[in-house]
Structures are given as structure tokens and as C-alpha cells.
Write a protein that binds this ligand. Structure first.
Ligand code: BES
Ligand code: ZN
Ligand code: ZN
Length: 495
């Protein structure tokens, strides 16, 4: 779909359906944005008669002159934010497509409340484009549905002077949405297609397209080089593991970021096998890796002034005659040994090698993203990413980026009193506690052992990477979480 920006009055718009936002009132919507619409008596009466109140994502079609208006609620004024606009745009775009509309015009809401014109335009475009995302590569779509495509959206600004700025926001959104959609495609894709090799090829393709450096270390070499954490997990699988480094290295840059992604293309649990119910969902155990690939791609296209190194451990976690067994001790890349008491706690094993590997780039900060623990879903559900770090400044920056992008993070403690739970009698570390307490935090304490000397943050996305219900701009399935968060973090990075 194409997004255009034009100046003019939305009430004079003739081309396609017009989409209008309304604020929620107790009985009727109280105000319309922009004000030009509020002055239309006949229309406001019709709205009242329709029973439409303006609640968030409520919608109604109404005739206006000889055309249609799609009214979509923004919710209460006190709760208004950029996120209201994202949801509004996602809801509207999906309804328009569902009704077979090809073209529509949105007023660009430019209230101070929403920040700059560029910001409003960006979130509106994000909401609409992300809302229209579908994973339909693997099934036949009936022709009448395939033809139902929203082709063009026009954002209407009142002042001609604002067109350029709005366009800037739209262009940024297009880059970001492409990266989020790539992440979603990789996550929604089944594990027989999205294998470790597939992820490596994807990284190579991104590198080729955007002139990045890509290094892939295949399984046989990982064994020789001592990547014991990854090898332990990968040795039970028929698909060879791939260690992927995607390096965006502009000639001049302000700082280096390393992003590590858990890339378990299927987590059966290994010999400590998971129950059958919902095991199919474990294809999303590579959501961290997908976020890293999307982030590096978007950053390169946006020409961010940073060196960004994406580090991904891609492998399956399978039971087989060659799989690691409970009680096995492996030696990680750092030299630290780990007693593997539960083969289903595999994410921390592969990430330990990624974190250690990141040190060679002397990064300003390292952030890992991982669908690491079921305990994180218990603690935070699907509304917040679990954040663990000892770096208060990094935590604050991630919290701010989370608010802005609505990929919100919630910090859990990383106190040293949690560390003894991960000590083993026969090795340096054990990969699970024996009490099951504080599962999310103790997993992070394990990772911390491999992040010594780094400014490091861990993001547990187990609860947020996948959604079981449709949301205004996230259809059921992969969320693609992390890309928008990390891009925003870097865009607002000050030394
Ligand atoms: N990939 C899972 C965590 C997970 C569970 C992500 C559900 C998304 C949804 C991870 O590898 C795992 O199995 N963790 C174990 C750790 C336990 C054995 C200490 C868990 O959370 O049960
Ligand atoms: Zn697992
Ligand atoms: Zn896992």
C-alpha cells in the first residue's frame, strides 16, 4: 500500500472514503479532530443518533454529503497518546480493507499532544501498515479476497508547510514496518521452513542488499572453536546450527551496539521434552533472532550513525540419540562449565556463547532478546517485556523507548542474592535452579556470568513475542517485538 501526504481540508476530500477520529464522551463523542468536522451539524447529529461513543477502536460508517465517512474512536482524552493513533490507524485500515475500499484519506492529527507532525505521521503509518500485515504465504487466498486490497492512503494536513515533515515520518515508518514484517514472517513461518540455515541465508540476503558484513559459522566449526553452549543444544538436531554475525559498520559511527538474539527455530525441550499441548507454538522461540535481523536491516536503511553487530545463535532443540542429556556438563566459549540439569533451559546455553562473543567488538552496550522463560509470562503476561540490567541509565533509556513505541518493558531485579541458585556442585554453573523460584531472574543471573565487563541488558520476550488474539495493529501470531524498541533506543541515544 502506498501512503501519500497532501494539504487541504478533510471535509472537502472527494477521493475515496474519509476516516475521522473521535474522542470518547459519556454518551456521545465529545469532539472531533480536526475541528472542521465538528462544525458540520448534520453529521454530528447523525453520529449521536448512531449510538457511537468514540471508545478506543469503536467504529461506524456514516454518509457525509454524497460520500462515506468511517468514524473510529480514539478513547478518552486523558488517555490519549501516540499509541492511540497507532491503534486508530490499524483499526481503520483493516476495516477499510475488509469492506473492499481501495483508497481513503485520514486527517493527520496534529494536536500538540501527539508531539511533532513527523511523529504523528510515523505512528499513523505504522499502525495502518502493521495492521494490514498478514501471513498468507502458505495458503491459497480466494480471488475475491486477494483483490480486496487497500491501495492508497492519503494523510491530509491542514497546512502545506507540514507536508514535508509528515512525509519524513511516513518514510521512516515504511522502513520500520518492512523490518517488523520481516521479523513476523520469520516467526510465523513453520520450523520445517525456517531452519537455522534459512536464518543464515536470510542474514546473507540482508547483508547483500544493504552492503553489510555477514559471517556465518556452521556447526562443524562451532565444535572446533569451542562454542560449547550452542553445540550442546544443537547436537541433537538433524539441522546444523548456524552462528550468525550481521555487522552494520558505517565508516563513521558514534558508538557500537551489539544485539544478541536467541534463535531456537524449534524448542521441543530436548530430552527434557515439553508436553504436547501447544508445543507447535515453539516455532516462535527464534523471535529474539528475528528482532535482531529486523533491527539491523532497519538501522542500515535509516543510516543510523552507529556500528551495530547482530549476533544470533540459530539451532533447534531436539531429542535424539545424539542429544545432550540431563546431567551432562558442557564447556562454553568463555571457558565456564555448565551442568545441564534440564535440556529445556537451552536459551541461556546458546546465549552464553553469544554474549561472550560480543565482547570482541568492545560495544558501548549489549542487549540480548530472548523468549527465555515461561516464568516471564506468569510474571508479566503479554503486556510487558521483562527487563533485567544493572545499568540504570540503560534501563531508563529502554523504559523511555518502551513508552514511545508501546513495546513496554518492566524491570525486574538482578540482585546478587539470586546468583547462588545457579551454582553447581560439579561445574561452574547449573542451567536451572532446584527450587524453580524466580525463574526469569535466575535465568538472567546465569546470562550475567557471561556479560562481565559489559554494559548489558537482557530482554525476556517470552510473553510479548506472540499474541493469541488479534490486536489493532498486530494480527494473531508473531508480534515482531523488539525492532521498534531498539530502533527508537538508538535514535534517541546521546553519549
Ligand atoms: N523457550 C522456552 C521458554 C518459553 C516458554 C517461551 C513458553 C515462550 C513460551 C525456554 O527454552 C524454556 O523452555 N524455559 C524453561 C526453563 C525451565 C526449564 C527452567 C521454562 O520456562 O519452563
Ligand atoms: Zn526450552
Ligand atoms: Zn526455548
Amino acid at each position: 500500500m502506498q501512503i501519500k501526504v497532501r494539504s487541504g481540508q478533510i471535509n472537502r476530500w472527494q477521493d475515496g472514503v474519509r476516516v475521522v477520529a473521535a474522542l470518547e464522551g459519556d454518551e456521545h463523542p465529545t469532539e472531533y479532530l480536526p475541528a472542521s468536522i465538528a462544525r458540520d451539524r448534520a453529521l454530528t447529529q447523525l453520529v449521536k443518533d448512531s449510538g457511537f461513543r468514540g471508545a478506543a477502536n469503536e467504529s461506524v460508517f456514516l454518509p457525509w454529503g454524497r460520500q462515506w465517512v468511517l468514524l473510529v474512536g480514539l478513547g478518552k482524552k486523558e488517555k490519549l497518546s501516540l499509541e492511540s493513533l497507532r491503534q486508530f490507524a490499524g483499526t481503520a485500515a483493516k476495516i477499510l480493507r475488509g469492506r473492499g475500499w481501495k483508497r481513503a484519506a485520514f486527517p493527520l492529527l496534529t494536536e500538540k499532544l501527539f508531539g511533532s507532525i513527523a511523529d504523528s505521521a510515523q505512528v499513523l503509518a505504522e499502525g495502518a501498515l502493521l495492521g494490514l500485515y498478514r501471513y498468507d504465504k502458505l495458503k491459497e487466498i480466494p480471488k475475491h479476497e486477494r483483490n480486496r486490497k487497500l491501495e492508497e492512503l492519503t494523510f491530509v494536513v491542514e497546512r502545506t508547510a507540514d507536508v514535508r515533515e509528515a512525509l519524513r515520518g511516513v518514510e521512516k515508518a515504511e522502513v520500520i514496518v518492512e523490518a517488523v514484517s520481516l521479523a513476523r514472517d520469520l516467526i510465523n513461518g513453520p520450523s520445517n521452513i525456517i531452519t537455522p540455515t534459512y536464518l543464515a541465508n536470510q542474514a546473507r540476503a540482508i547483508a547483500k542488499e544493504h552492503r553489510l558484513r555477514c559471517t556465518v559459522i556452521p556447526f562443524a566449526r562451532l565444535k572446533r572453536l569451542g562454542f560449547g553452549g550452542i553445540v550442546g543444544v544443537a547436537q541433537g538436531s538433524a539441522h546444523p546450527a548456524q552462528f550468525i554475525v550481521l555487522d552494520y559498520h558505517p565508516s563513521r559511527f558514534r558508538a557500537t551496539f551489539a544485539f544478541c538474539g536467541k534463535g531456537i527455530t524449534f524448542d521441543s525441550g530436548g530430552i527434557s521434552i515439553k508436553p504436547a499441548a501447544k508445543m507447535e507454538q515453539m516455532k516462535y522461540d527464534m523471535s529474539g533472532a528475528a528482532a535482531v535481523l529486523g533491527t539491523v536491516k532497519a538501522a542500515a536503511r535509516l543510516k543510523l550513525p552507529f556500528r551495530i553487530v547482530g549476533i544470533i545463535a540459530a539451532t533447534e532443540n531436539m531429542p535424539s540419540a545424539t542429544a545432550q542429556k540431563p546431567g551432562d556438563v558442557l564447556k562454553t566459549l568463555s571457558g565456564k562449565t555448565v551442568e545441564v540439569l534440564n535440556t529445556d533451559a537451552e536459551g541461556r546455553l546458546v546465549l552464553s556463547d553469544c554474549l561472550h562473543y560480543a565482547k570482541r567488538y568492545k560495544p558501548e552496550c549489549v542487549i540480548d532478546l530472548a523468549t527465555l522463560t515461561g516464568a516471564c509470562i506468569v510474571a508479566l503476561g503479554s503486556e510487558a517485556v521483562g527487563l533485567m540490567t544493572k545499568d540504570d541509565r540503560l534501563a531508563q533509556r529502554l523504559e523511555e523507548a518502551g513508552q514511545k513505541t508501546f513495546e513496554r518493558v518492566w524491570r525486574l531485579p538482578l540482585w546478587d542474592e539470586y546468583a547462588p541458585a545457579m551454582k553447581s556442585d560439579i561445574a561452574d554453573l547449573r542451567n536451572v535452579t532446584n527450587t524453580g523460584e524466580a525463574g526469569t531472574i535466575t535465568a538472567a543471573k546465569f546470562l550475567e556470568e557471561f556479560a562481565d565487563g559489559l554494559s548489558w541488558a537482557h530482554l525476556d520476550i517470552a510473553g510479548t513475542a506472540w499474541t493469541e488474539k488479534d490486536k489493532p495493529y498486530v494480527p494473531k501470531g508473531a508480534v515482531g517485538i523488539g525492532v521498534r524498541l531498539l530502533i527508537d533506543l538508538m535514535e534517541n541515544w546521546k553519549a
